[in-house]
Design a protein around this ligand. Structure first.
Ligand code: AMP
Length: 391
């Protein structure tokens, strides 16, 4: 059965077509600059990638071009072979704790949550509508970044603000990257050969979050109402004293949107280093003796260690720590500093094993108190799996 995995942004549409249940990737790519000038799309088949420049009016046209490509390249003979389309949606609020089949009620709830994820939920609905129009016989599903975290207890998801804020304004911790945390947690359980585990999953990319996962269920996570909570990220501040916000708005005469932009786009590694949001550039800066890059990296690593320590206590132990996403999968330097910072718990790095990028690897020594793994994430596959299972 062919299942399409879709991640729609305001001007982009990422896609991967899977043969299920074999989990074989048939084709993948991305449409970019939709509705803008210089639009283009890429298509990768059997490891060969082509980039084609063409006008892209809207997401519907992107789907039409995709279908033409699939037929032209003999990937499908007819549209009806695509039985399911799984759409990544950032925010499911408290409505959704799992992947669901799309109907009008689901769409209206996703739309209702646009205020909580303005950059993501709106485009997701555009993607769903376009898929429905172009591939009318496929079952559409929505896979939420927040769903995996819905198992958190009230004491972990509430903020200590007036209790009514949660009820009346939906102010609470939701968490993000749930599809990724779920994927690496289930992969780790397979590696450990059991389900009754205590895991700390570290999704460290440009956006970053850490989750505490017990028996396959999330019990706590570092992102909050929005993605700007918890860890220090590429351009996001992560946790700060909430009173900094009104204070700096008054000092610099900033509007709510302006301070939001500064905390989300001009803070984090970029804000402290003044150099870049990319951990590769920070590492280069460190080697070149840039003091602010050294400081940014120290703060970044400190915060990761703090969250791992916090969740170790909350889980009352840990069976494995997992690194994933861009930095987690690739930054040998950051992983080394984090694991060395956990030595008080008896966690020990295997330096040679840690010298790896983008593959499944145990990076701790055999006598480490907790095994540490690199597990590359695969959110597209997770979306396809959920969709296939629902169908
Ligand atoms: P993601 O958001 O998961 O795509 O992660 C993107 C981030 O991964 C980039 O901004 C970099 O900071 C980081 N990254 C990617 N490759 C490397 C690498 N080889 N070494 C260090 N960091 C990397």
């Amino acid at each position: 059965m062919k299942i399409l995995s879709i991640n729609a942004g305001s001007s982009s549409l990422k896609y991967t077509l899977f043969e299920m249940p074999e989990e074989k990737v048939l084709v993948s790519g991305v449409f970019e600059r939709i509705g803008m000038d210089k639009s283009m799309y890429s298509i990768k088949i059997n490891g060969e990638k082509q980039v084609i420049e063409t006008p892209l009016k809207d997401h519907k046209q992107a789907f039409e071009i995709l279908i033409n490509e699939l037929i032209k390249n003999n990937i499908v003979e007819s549209l009806d072979e695509i039985k399911g389309i799984g759409h990544r949606v950032a925010h499911g609020g408290s409505y959704f704790d799992k992947t669901v089949v799309v109907d009008e009620d689901v769409i209206s709830k996703v739309e209702e949550l646009i205020a909580l994820a303005p950059l993501h939920n709106g485009p997701a609905v555009t993607g769903i509508r376009a898929a429905q129009a172009v591939i009318p016989n496929a079952v559409n599903t929505v896979v939420f970044d927040t769903a995996f975290h819905q198992t958190m207890s009230e004491e972990n998801y509430l903020y200590a603000v007036p209790y009514e804020w949660c009820k009346d304004y939906k102010i609470r911790r939701y968490g993000m990257h749930g599809t990724s945390h779920k994927y690496v947690a289930s992969y780790a359980n397979k590696l450990l050969g059991r389900m009754d585990t205590k895991l700390i999953t570290c999704h460290i990319g440009n956006g970053a979050s850490i989750s505490a996962v017990k028996d396959g269920k999330c019990i706590n996570t570092s992102m909050g109402l929005t993605p700007n909570a918890g860890l220090i990220m590429g351009t996001r501040s992560g946790d700060i004293d909430a009173s900094i916000v009104p204070y700096m708005m008054k000092q610099m005469n900033l509007s709510p949107d302006e301070i939001d932009t500064i905390l989300n786009k001009k803070s984090g590694l970029l804000g402290i280093s003044g150099v870049s949001s990319d951990s590769r550039d920070i590492e280069e800066g460190i080697y070149a003796g840039n003091e602010r890059c050294v400081l940014a990296q120290k703060m970044y690593v400190r915060r990761i260690i703090d969250y791992i320590a916090k969740y170790y206590v909350e889980l009352e132990g840990c069976d494995a720590i997992i690194f994933t996403a861009g930095v987690g999968e690739n930054s040998i330097h950051t992983r080394k500093e984090v694991v060395n910072g956990l030595s008080v718990l008896g966690v020990k790095l295997d330096e040679e094993a840690n010298n790896c990028r983008g593959k499944v690897q145990k990076i701790s020594t055999d006598d480490s108190s907790i095994p540490v793994y690199v597990i590359p994430t695969d959110e597209e596959l997770m979306i396809a799996r959920d969709t296939f299972n629902l169908i």
